[in-house]
Design a protein around this ligand. Structure first.
Ligand SMILES: *Cc1c(COP(=O)(O)O)cnc(C)c1O
Length: 398
């Protein structure tokens, strides 16, 4: 499949692209259509399309079981699950949320939508994620919440953050979107901290078109979240001070159930893709695959590589070349959140490690539509770029 012999053959310089259609980093898993239609017939027969119908009820039950947790509350999107959980858990009268800056691009906005202020901490350079030690440096008399966020590969320092939360009395919430399938020290993700938030947007491991959910063992928190997502209407007819329409609808829940039925098979397929990269990336000099910790349960969803010192071509040029070949690679969480312009206040100190790390990592194509032959072609291109680095750099405009 890969037949380039000289830099002029690169698509960015006018050659034919390696792939006719785009290979993306999004999962875009397609569950079995008959399963999806089967679940859809349930709400169709009942004539109920939203408002906690039978399909959504079943989805919440199945997700709670999947995560080994007592309660699951579903939402129209991961975004609102996070906003409303922060609203419930933030210490009254305090405003700062301690969170990493090297993370999901909209996460600080979500904090602002909750009426709170992001206070960014450094990340650990090995795990690329928040640790108790880094978070502790950002805690002050105005801290309302600690937001533990899992990185794209493996989990963050859950036990350390739980100890910090117990020690300081500051509630701990997890954004566990990227670790939905994982375990941490043998414990299933879903029951850590006060609550954990997940997304079922179509690029995530569970594809519900759109959607999200929160898991918790706190019954009062789950009950309040159910009211809040439904206009703040309580069972006794009174109103919660905070309410919004953030319910999940039945057809999205039907898709989510079909995705849940398929998830173990999907992970097997993801693992095969990951092993192909693991076998091939070592053939590219100055590049390192960020490896999954296989002593834990892993979802193998995304492929992250580091451009090591000595990698000879700027990351932006590598991305331009990959895109021209229809390989939709992305930089890993770049720019970091504190480097973006926002309309709300942010608090941070020296984040030089985050800034350095934000320049070094790439996400490579993976997921449902990427074959092992595709992966061989992608890695062959990376090798080709390394081999012809000098000639390539000469051809690039500044
Ligand atoms: C996608 C994502 C979200 C938001 O989920 P939506 O369902 O798209 O609103 C939050 N956190 C992380 C880490 C994500 O990747």
């Amino acid at each position: 499949m890969f037949s380039k012999t000289q830099p002029a053959d690169l698509a960015v310089f006018g050659g034919a692209p390696v792939f006719d259609t785009i290979r993306s980093i999004s999962n875009l898993v397609q569950p079995d259509v008959e399963q999806f239609l089967g679940y859809s017939k349930i709400f169709h027969a009942a004539g109920q399309y939203t408002d906690h119908g039978a399909v959504e009820h079943e989805l919440e039950r199945r997700l709670a079981q999947f995560h080994g947790v007592e309660h699951c509350v579903s939402f129209a999107g991961g975004f609102w699950g996070l906003v409303l959980s922060m609203k419930c858990l933030a210490l009254p009268g305090k405003t700062e949320v301690v969170m990493p800056s090297l993370t999901y691009r909209r996460l600080a906005d979500i904090v602002a939508w909750a009426g709170l202020t992001p206070h960014f901490c450094e990340v650990d350079p090995v795990t690329l994620s928040i640790t108790a030690e880094k978070a502790a440096l950002c805690i002050n008399e105005n801290t309302a919440l600690i937001l533990g966020v899992h990185p794209i590969v493996n989990c963050c320092d859950i036990e350390g953050l739980e100890a910090l939360s117990a020690q300081t009395g500051i509630p701990l919430l997890f954004d566990a979107v990227e670790s939905v399938y994982e375990s941490y020290r043998g414990r299933k993700i879903g029951s850590c901290g006060r609550a954990e938030c997940f997304s079922m947007q179509s690029s995530k491991l569970f594809n519900a078109f759109e959607g999200g959910y929160v898991t918790t063992n706190d019954g009062a928190l789950a009950a309040r979240l159910r009211d809040m997502r439904h206009f703040g209407l309580k069972d006794d007819g009174s109103l919660d001070p905070i309410g919004i329409d953030a319910k999940q609808n039945e057809i999205h829940a039907a898709m989510a159930l079909a995705a849940l039925d398929d998830v173990d098979d999907q992970v097997v397929r993801n693992r095969a893709r990951y092993y192909a990269y693991k076998r091939l990336i070592p053939t590219v000099p100055n590049m390192r695959l960020v490896e999954f910790d296989e002593s834990e349960r892993c979802g193998y969803k995304n492929i992250v590589v580091e451009l090591l010192d000595g990698w000879p071509v700027k990351r932006e040029r590598v991305l331009a070349m990959l895109h021209a070949e229809h390989m939709l690679s992305r930089p890993y969480y770049y720019p970091a959140l504190h480097q973006k312009r926002t309309e709300y206040a942010m608090v941070f100190g020296d984040l030089s490690a985050t800034e350095r790390l934000a320049e070094r990592f790439l996400m490579l194509p993976c997921g449902h539509f990427v074959s092992e032959a595709d992966i061989e072609a992608i890695v062959a291109l990376l090798r080709f770029i390394h081999t012809h680095a000098d000639a390539i750099n000469e051809r690039f405009p500044l």
